[in-house]
Ligand binder design. Structure first.
Ligand SMILES: [Zn+2]
Length: 320
């Protein structure tokens, strides 16, 4: 059950009595804290990973079919807590054709108090929300649309045209979604659906609904990656011979969903999601693509290897 405190702050998945009774501590916001932005280039396109902070939940949610002993073992060998998996929120800003395009809006406070840092990370690179021309979300889960709404209900990116996949809009926004497939308590599901509608409400008028496969702006193409949600897309950023693949939520954390083949519990159509994962991971491995995982450890960049058993994630090292 969500406690009153965590319900007020957003959707925090309880991991046990201790976690459920104590709201997670807010991260310090001192100026000297760690960097939350990472710049690189994709050909002529300037790209910056902008962290929106962290979310997380019981590891079991993200590795729904893992044998318990194996899951515990994998987490321990990675020196991670065994009761809770922390996920990053790696939004990407690209500057191309004179436009600033933000890929994924981030969670804001919809899924706990450690999200919502994108604005201070934008400020750290000299930009404000007003400077964003386009926002494209891969799917409409709260951790991808949460920052679209300001605290007082306005548009957080006041000048931006917002693109969202049509099938997700139909499922989550136009209709009352059946979320019984999600391995979380009923009140969490209800709050999850409400958080989506609330987050997108300020941008409903003027929303651009897309079908995965279309180009959004020159250099940015969407790819179908259905299964996690009815309309989830991946993004391919291209300039010259350089490419970057954004895999959205095909996997939550590489140690459980790439290095191990465990199934993310929130995948709505698990067979379709598995097929998307294999098709896109195979492409990434074959073409040696640079990949950005939205929830992977910051900055979330690396490459996929095909192995005898499946896949392996190889993070890129920090470049200056
Ligand atoms: Zn997500």
């Amino acid at each position: 059950m969500l406690t009153a405190a965590s319900a007020v702050m957003g959707l925090v998945l309880p991991t046990g009595i201790a976690f459920a009774q104590a709201a997670p501590a807010r991260l310090p916001r001192a100026k000297e804290e760690n960097a939350g932005h990472y710049r690189f280039r994709v050909g002529d396109i300037s790209a910056t990973v902008l962290s929106d902070g962290l979310i997380g939940g019981p590891a079991r949610v993200y590795a729904s079919d893992a044998p318990e002993a194996d899951l515990q073992d994998v987490l321990r060998r990675a020196f991670l807590p065994t009761d809770r998996l922390t996920l990053n929120l790696n939004t990407l800003l690209i500057e191309t054709s004179g436009r600033r395009v933000l890929l994924e809006a981030g969670a804001g406070q919809t899924m706990g108090p450690q999200g919502g840092r994108i604005f201070e990370n934008l400020a750290a690179i000299g930009l404000q929300a007003e400077d964003i021309d386009v926002v494209v979300v891969s799917h409409t889960h709260p951790d991808h649309v949460g920052n679209l709404r300001t605290a007082d209900g306005g548009k957080a990116f006041p000048r931006a045209t917002v693109f969202a996949p049509r099938a997700d809009w139909d499922f989550f926004v136009r209709n009352d979604p059946d979320l019984s497939y999600m391995p979380v308590p009923e009140d969490f599901r209800r709050n999850f659906a409400a958080a989506i509608r609330r987050s997108v409400e300020p941008v409903t008028h003027g929303i651009e609904l897309y079908e995965a496969g279309v180009q959004i702006v020159p250099g940015l193409t969407t790819l179908p990656a259905f299964g996690h949600t009815p309309g989830m897309a991946n993004f391919l950023v291209q300039s010259g011979n350089d490419q970057l693949l954004l895999t959205a939520d095909l996997a939550y954390h590489p140690i459980v969903n790439v290095d191990r083949p465990w199934v993310p519990g929130p995948d709505r159509d698990k067979d379709a999601a598995l097929a998307s994962r294999r098709r896109i991971f195979d492409m990434a491995a074959a073409d040696r693509l640079l990949v950005l995982g939205f929830h992977y450890p910051f900055p979330g960049l690396g490459r996929m290897l095909k192995t005898d058993a499946g896949y392996a994630w190889v993070p890129v090292s920090w470049q200056f």
